[in-house]
Write a protein that binds this ligand. Sequence first.
Ligand code: SF4
Ligand code: SF4
Length: 305
Amino acid sequence: MDNTELTAYIKSQAKCLGFTACGIAQVTAVNEETQTATNSWIANGNNGDMGYMERNTDKRYNPSLLVPGSRSIICVALNYYNNIDEERLYLSRYAQGNDYHKIVKDKLYTLLGDINKHRATKGRAFCDSAPILERYWAVKAGIGRIGKNRQLIIPKAGSYFFLGELIVDIELDYDTPLTKDICGNCDRCLRACPTQALTSGDFDARKCLSYLTIEYRGDLPKNIGEMMGNCFYGCDRCQTNCPHNNHPTPTTEEGLKAKNLLQSMEKEDWEALTKEKYEELFGNSAVERCGYELLKRNLAAVKKS
Ligand code: SF4
Ligand code: SF4
């Protein structure tokens, strides 16, 4: 297979593996504009307690330092949308199924195996698991564009997607970034954000309910319950209100489908959540990152609202 045939084969295999989108970018240093904007965002403290964003900047800004000998980044998107009842106590959509890190990475290593049937290739798979500017590379790979809600939006598909990357040591044909403005005059996500974490052109993670209820380990700000509404883990309003998500397709990935046990939880069940029940609900889930105590903290805040 020549590069063009191999590139087409990779995209076709990615589709067979269940990825909605697959694009490929050449490994280069991240452009100056993005580096400057990221540095300044962090210098202003917008990352809150997410200190990991301040580390490994050399690798973050140059994937060839993360994976020596790398030539191409194969970027993929896996649909996690579940049609759930938003009126009940709300756990972010991305966390309704099993832990996505392993699901996406396993698929990417299967893809690497497929590539090796045609050309000897070394590679490493990533999914929210290393210093990689995932949305930057997804844009470079032509998958979508970043909206005012700071999410990667895939035209005609929306933003309910996990992103993954397979960084390989072979040259391939590269995609061209999309140029069409994805937002236009729309500002629905800015208006929907209950905490003003999103402003035109900026995002302050310290005010974001997703950060506060998932990443932040301290006491929640007073009166946050009112802004949380029924959301005790994550928030998603900047996605649910985005017109690109008006007609989402539910995920067909078994491991990402909403667990029946979660769907059966009533308000009283959440309020009475025990450690044992937490482990039963989230034994193989990204919610493990939050932990039982923080989930109880969140539930107590929602309860007060
Ligand atoms: S997740 Fe919620 S709080 Fe965070 S930016 Fe989106 S709408 Fe605002
Ligand atoms: S809600 Fe509107 S402004 Fe916000 S990301 Fe979606 S299209 Fe863009």
